[in-house]
Design a protein around this ligand. Structure first.
Ligand code: PLP
Length: 400
């Protein structure tokens, strides 16, 4: 599907062609249209946004704000004022952890996260915990990587102030019931943040349907540029939260006696935004929309199911995570071959996978392992890629 749109896939590595790129959960490759749109803006439009009366500044501002509208439509948010541009999922979660805890949490209050979170959804709350004395409560998972919803319900008490949970695990491929997680949080009168870093690239997301209060994702994981991401937040919460950083754009008036803050979303966007990257992100979202998120989902599901069935034919192979409802991420272990050795040898065969703890050390501890080898799929991967991976693993297995 669309491989020709991605110039890097033509690259020859160690004399091997075509490149089998299976590290998409870490970052995706970029279609030419995304890079072209950014180059075009640098060469023909570039000027700082929001502050200029001159032609180029207005044109750049229009492009930047049009990108916000593209993002709004893509996740079906109600208003563009609820779309905050950040540097990525990490910054989006840190923003909420900092500003929400400042506004609404006091010592002893609790945030619920899960055992399968990426470090960004653990450490950002731990930093808030150090500042405010708040406490992290953790939803346990089953041995095959599914959230224990009854245990989740039992974690709530009068000190619970927010739930912050991933939509899809970047290690296990588990697709969490985000709508249910949000609904249960709301039944207890608290808001929920959903980390959409690994869901947005793979299937259609509707934040109004999920009814989540916050939603975070990264541009670079959905074929967009690095350095840009999104925080969606319901206006009712964003209005009540203090700004994250101070600087240009986020103010209305400044004096040494005091400052008034700008309206949403600018209150949370201090300084010059990466307006070239927002153009790239919008182009990437237009690109996947033109293919159709449902088509991308179907294609990747087919590949994932094929890969799981082929991998399980290799003796002594363990796949972590649920057997059904598995997103386009497969973490595996083959016999006692160390994941680093496996990743390094696959690389020599022209196959890029990720190895290690995948920024989820607590999850590794829960699974009783140090790390895994992880293959993750994107819209441009093919059955040939899966066959190359499986054949590569078979060859490496024979060497051990
Ligand atoms: N959350 C999840 C589930 C992720 O997989 C990742 C990145 O791998 C992140 C958060 C952090 O994303 P970023 O590094 O783009 O901020």
């Amino acid at each position: 599907m669309m491989r020709e749109d991605f110039p890097i896939l033509q690259k020859v590595i160690y004399g091997k062609y075509p490149l089998v790129y299976l590290d998409n959960a870490a970052t995706t490759q970029k279609p030419r249209c995304v890079v072209d749109a950014m180059t075009e803006e640098y060469f023909n439009v570039n000027a700082n946004v929001h502050r200029g009366v001159h032609f180029l500044s207005q044109q750049a501002t229009d492009l930047h704000e049009a990108s916000r509208e593209t993002v709004r439509k893509f996740i079906n948010a109600g208003k563009t004022s609820e779309i905050i541009f950040t540097r990525g999922t990490t910054e989006s979660i840190n923003l909420v952890a900092t500003c929400f805890s400042d506004a609404f949490m006091k010592e002893g209050d609790e945030v619920i996260v899960s055992e399968m979170e990426h470090h960004s959804n653990i450490v950002s709350w731990q930093i808030a915990a150090q500042r405010k004395g708040i406490v992290l409560r953790v939803i346990p998972i089953s041995d095959d990587g599914v959230l224990d919803i009854d245990a989740y319900k039992a974690l709530f008490n009068e000190r619970t102030k927010i739930v912050s949970c991933t939509h899809v695990s970047n290690v296990l491929g588990t697709v969490n019931p985000a709508g249910e997680i949000v609904r249960i949080a709301h039944e207890h009168g608290v808001p929920a943040l959903i980390d959409g870093a690994q869901s947005t690239p793979h299937f259609a997301v509707d934040v109004q349907d999920l009814d989540c209060d916050f939603f975070a994702f990264s541009g670079h994981k959905i074929y967009g540029p690095t350095g840009v991401g999104v925080l969606y937040g319901k206006e009712e919460w964003l209005e009540k939260m203090p700004p994250y950083m101070g600087g240009g754009d986020m103010i209305k008036t400044v004096s040494f006696e005091g400052t008034t803050f700008n309206d949403l979303p600018y209150k949370f966007e201090a300084g010059t935004p990466d307006y070239i990257a927002t153009t790239g992100l919008a182009k990437a979202l237009d690109y996947v929309s033109s293919i159709g998120m449902d088509n991308i989902y179907r294609h990747e599901q087919e590949l994932t199911e094929y890969a799981m069935s082929q991998l399980l034919k290799i003796d002594e192979t363990v796949i972590f995570g649920p057997k059904d409802k598995h997103d386009a991420v497969i973490s595996f272990q083959v016999g006692n071959i160390h994941h680093l050795d496996m990743g390094t040898l696959l690389d020599r065969l022209g196959i890029a996978v990720r190895t290690g703890h995948h920024c989820a050390e607590p999850l590794m501890r829960r699974l009783g392992i140090e790390g895994t080898c992880r293959a993750s799929f994107a819209l441009y991967n093919t059955k040939d890629d899966v066959d190359a991976l499986v054949n590569g693993i078979r060859r490496i297995r024979q060497m051990f």
